[in-house]
Design a binder for this molecule. Structure first.
Ligand SMILES: Nc1nc2c(ncn2[C@@H]2O[C@H](COP(=O)(O)OP(=O)(O)OP(=O)(O)O)[C@@H](O)[C@H]2O)c(=O)[nH]1
Ligand SMILES: C=C(OP(=O)(O)O)C(=O)O
Length: 213
């Protein structure tokens, strides 16, 4: 397959990230968990065949260093909200002439083949809904189209209403974003990537259930 996509992953400052997940691991390791999930997401994206370049939009120095070491290019956050960060990465930095795909940074069970399969079906502006169907884990646009992101509460409906096609496929790792302790338990069932797996193992959370906050 030709490697033609530019991927963009937004990463919030780790000290503020994943607030709904607080309590799933000791407070002193919360930022480490957020970073481990980013690392696994980035590594899976770069391991696939479809993505030629990965931009990570972040102002977090530790996240920036970690993803740069994995092969991503770090883009400073322009300020504003998540959608502003995504528009900046996809439309301004990558540019409208490229195929762009934006992904959440909290997909630690993502398998490279899932992303390749989803992108193979993304001939027009398309999105992949998250596991519970209400959110969005991926939005892809062909050259010439602005990203027009509508991430946030109810984003799957918002992306469909904006004209994006919902991609159908059995991609459990791609769809499993991690917002809550239950999501982390679902990731343990699917099999997390090595960074998240090691961190949870260090904390003794190798069973299937992660205690609720
Ligand atoms: N660069 C950047 N990334 C963001 C911003 N807001 C969210 N993200 C990232 O977008 C992805 C999905 O965000 P959420 O699931 O809402 O993550 P979150 O805001 O850390 O989680 P909560 O605090 O629980 O809402 C994650 O990779 C976040 O790090 C932002 O303002 N700028
Ligand atoms: C921002 C989003 O992610 P989450 O639901 O994980 O906050 C979204 O799905 O649009």
């Amino acid at each position: 397959m030709v490697r033609e996509w530019v991927a963009v992953i937004p990463v919030k400052r780790l000290s503020a990230a994943k607030s709904r997940l607080r309590g799933a691991v000791p407070a002193a390791r919360h930022a480490d968990l957020a970073l481990a999930m980013v690392r696994d997401t980035v590594a899976a994206v770069l391991a696939g065949d479809a993505v030629a370049e990965l931009l990570v939009v972040t102002d977090d120095p530790a996240a920036g260093d970690a993803v740069a070491a994995l092969g991503a290019r770090v883009v400073p956050d322009p300020g504003g909200d998540l959608n502003a960060a995504l528009r900046h990465g996809a439309d301004r930095v990558a540019g409208l002439t490229r195929c762009r795909v934006v992904l959440a940074g909290d997909l630690p069970a993502l398998r490279p083949g899932e992303l390749d399969a989803a992108l193979a079906g993304a001939g027009r502006r398309s999105f992949v809904a998250d596991a519970n169907g209400s959110g969005t884990v991926l939005l892809a646009v062909p050259p010439g189209r602005p990203l027009d992101p509508h991430f946030g509460l109810g984003s799957a409906v918002a992306h469909a209403a904006s004209g994006a096609a919902a991609l159908a496929g059995d991609w459990p790792g791609l769809r499993q974003d991690v917002d809550t302790p239950d999501d982390l338990s679902a990731v343990l069932d699917l099999g997390p990537g090595p960074h998240t797996r090691q961190l949870l193992r260090d904390l003794g959370l190798t069973g299937r259930r992660v205690p609720a906050a």
